[in-house]
Ligand binder design. Structure first.
Ligand code: ADP
Ligand code: ZN
Length: 213
C-alpha cells in the first residue's frame, strides 16, 4: 500500500500517519522529520535547509526530490509507505511519479480555526519526533515525551509569523496537488475537526474506512 497524506500544515497528517503505520505496518516517511534530523546532525543538507524552514518557505524541489528518491530507493519498505509532507509542489509530484507508484492520496481537511489551534499548541519530542498537543494530545507528564522521555519543544517554525507564511505557501504551492491527484482518480478526502485526544477511536475508524473503501 502506497499512500500520500496531503493537507495543510497543522491538519494532523503526522499524527494520522503514525496511526496508519501501526495499523497497516507500512513505513511512515516525513520529509519534515528527515530535514529536522539533518539539521540536528548538522549535515550539508541540514545546513541548506535550516534557514529556509525557519522562514516558513519550502526547501528547493531538487534538494527535496533527491532526498526522497534516495529514501524510497532503500529496501526497507516491503509493505509500502505513507508519505507525510511529500510531494508538496507539482514538480515534486511529477518527479515522484517517475520513481514510485501511488495507490491512494488522502487529503486531510479541517476548519481554519482548528488548524491554527493545532499549530500553536503542538509540541514535538526533541529526541524521537513524536507529536503532542498541550490541549488535544497532552503528554502524561508536562514537557516530557511519553514514548522516550525526551524533552518536548515548540518547533522553531511554529512562531506565529512563520505559521502565517507556511499557510500562505501551502495555498500557493501545495493546494494545487488536490486537483492534480483528483484528475488521476487517486484522491479521497477525510475531514477531522474533532480533538484527537478525545475522539481518537472515532477519527481512526473514519480514516481506516476511507482507506479500505
Ligand atoms: P507541517 O506539515 O506542519 O508543515 P513539516 O514537518 O511537514 O510540517 O514541514 C516543515 C518544513 O519542512 C516545511 O515548512 C518546509 O520548509 C520543509 N518541507 C517539508 N516537506 C517539504 C517538501 N516536500 N518540499 C519542500 N520543503 C519541505
Ligand atoms: Zn520521544
Amino acid at each position: 500500500m502506497k499512500i500520500i497524506a496531503l493537507g495543510s500544515p497543522g491538519v494532523g497528517k503526522g499524527t494520522y500517519a503514525a496511526e496508519i503505520t501501526k495499523k497497516y505496518n507500512v513505513l511512515s516517511i516525513s520529509t519534515g522529520d528527515l530535514f529536522r534530523e539533518n539539521i540536528k546532525n548538522e549535515t550539508e543538507l541540514g545546513k541548506k535547509a535550516k534557514e529556509i524552514i525557519d522562514s516558513g518557505k519550502l526547501v528547493p524541489d531538487e534538494v527535496t526530490i533527491g532526498m526522497m528518491k534516495e529514501r524510497l530507493g532503500r529496501e526497507d519498505t516491503p509493505n509500502g509507505f505513507i508519505l507525510d509532507g511529500f510531494p508538496r509542489t507539482i514538480p515534486q509530484a511529477e518527479a515522484l511519479s517517475e520513481f514510485s507508484e501511488i495507490d491512494l492520496v488522502l487529503n486531510f481537511k479541517a476548519d481554519k480555526e482548528v488548524i491554527m489551534q493545532r499549530l500553536t499548541g503542538r509540541r514535538t519530542c526533541s529526541n524521537c519526533a513524536a507529536i503532542f498537543h498541550v490541549v488535544n494530545i497532552p503528554p502524561k507528564q508536562e514537557g516530557v515525551c511519553d514514548k522516550c522521555g525526551g524533552k518536548l519543544v515548540q518547533r522553531s517554525d511554529e512562531l506565529p509569523e512563520v505559521i502565517e507564511e507556511r499557510l500562505k505557501v501551502y495555498e500557493e504551492q501545495t493546494a494545487p496537488l488536490i486537483g492534480y491527484y483528483q484528475e488521476k482518480g487517486l484522491l479521497k478526502e477525510v475531514t477531522v475537526n474533532e480533538d484527537f485526544g478525545k475522539h481518537k477511536e472515532e477519527i481512526l475508524d473514519r480514516i481506516f474506512k476511507v482507506i479500505e473503501s
